[in-house]
Design a protein around this ligand. Structure first.
Ligand code: MN
Length: 315
């Protein structure tokens, strides 16, 4: 056994934590919105079934088009859209048209295939901040029918000075009504300046925390907006304290056992599946049609020259 971390930080419970730095990515090209992508990470591809995490904003939308993500396809995943500020309008090939606002969940289950677009609506508050997440579907669920759900009334767990809105899965005894396909947790936790509390965890889950606003102390370690703090497995609780008024995202789940091929907007298991999905999108026949988006669909990038290889959750 060897510790691969150059600089492990030992927490009070559950062993070392890892600071996973994000990469800055321009959505929709160099003039598009800038996002900070912390999953998949160079060192760690997943946290539970969570396989993708983009955080963006707060952005002042004055003089910009805001979010403009034209129609594009997905397979093998769920998209979780969660806002801190502003609003995003979702359209999909099932005919759903739904605006999402802070405190609400837009959950799209791609299954065998769906396409959608996301845009800042014409009437908007002029500011935008949020996260876009993907959950990998386990093999038995990944070719099921596509679906979309909007959840405006999510349960809240209050513990000490923390208020946790349970977005996906369960936190303690509090469970989101959103449909999930593997044991996981997704929660937004807010705390007033100086407040603190302890959230219940499952020892068989792995967890990570992202600060969205303010600055948090996670088991004593300061976490500002930017990197994802991986706190690992084997914990039954996590202490969160706020410096200034703070908002964090807590992600967790059973470590995902299957190896994945992630390419563009697809989560699959083989090179051939990705090729087929790409061809299905380019042909315009497989993923249905998104109506009403004022702009072009996104073309698939060319297939890589080398074969895509399934990879596990840790690189
Ligand atoms: Mn998408």
């Amino acid at each position: 056994m060897s510790n691969l971390q150059a600089d492990p930080t030992v927490g009070p419970e559950g062993g070392p934590v890892e600071v996973l730095e994000g990469a800055t990515v321009a959505l929709g090209g160099p003039r598009g919105m800038a996002v900070t992508r912390t999953l998949p990470n160079r060192r760690r591809r997943m946290v539970g079934a969570w396989c993708f995490l983009d955080a963006y904003g707060p952005d002042d939308l004055a003089g910009t088009a805001g979010m403009r993500v034209g129609p594009h396809p997905h397979i093998g995943l769920q998209t979780v859209s969660w806002l801190v500020r502003g609003e995003v309008l979702h359209r999909d090939s099932l005919g759903n048209l739904r605006e999402v606002r802070p405190g609400q969940l837009n959950l799209m289950t791609a299954g065998a295939g769906i396409s959608h677009s996301e845009e800042t609506p014409r009437d908007n508050s002029g500011v935008l901040q949020g996260v876009q997440l993907w959950v990998a579907l386990p093999d038995e669920a990944r070719t099921g029918p596509p679906a979309f759900a909007h959840h405006a009334d999510l349960p809240v767990l209050t513990t000490g000075g923390l208020r946790a809105t349970v977005i996906m899965g369960s936190l303690g005894d509090t469970t989101s009504p959103a449909r999930t396909f593997s044991p996981l947790t997704g929660a937004e936790i807010t705390a007033d300046a100086g407040a603190a509390g302890v959230v219940p965890l499952r020892a068989d889950f792995e967890y990570a925390v992202l600060t969205l606003d303010g600055a948090a102390l996670i088991d004593g370690q300061e976490l500002k907006p930017g990197p994802l703090l991986y706190v690992g497995e084997g914990r039954t609780s996590l202490r969160i304290a706020a410096g200034p008024a703070t908002r964090v995202l807590l992600l967790g789940g059973e470590p995902f056992a299957e190896s994945l091929v992630m390419w563009w907007n697809f989560v699959a298991r083989s090179h051939e599946e990705i090729e087929a999905a790409r061809a299905g999108w380019e042909s315009g026949t497989f993923f249905g049609e998104v109506h009403g988006y004022d702009g072009p669909a996104l073309p698939a990038p060319p297939m890589p020259i080398t074969r895509l290889v399934p990879r596990g959750r840790i690189r």
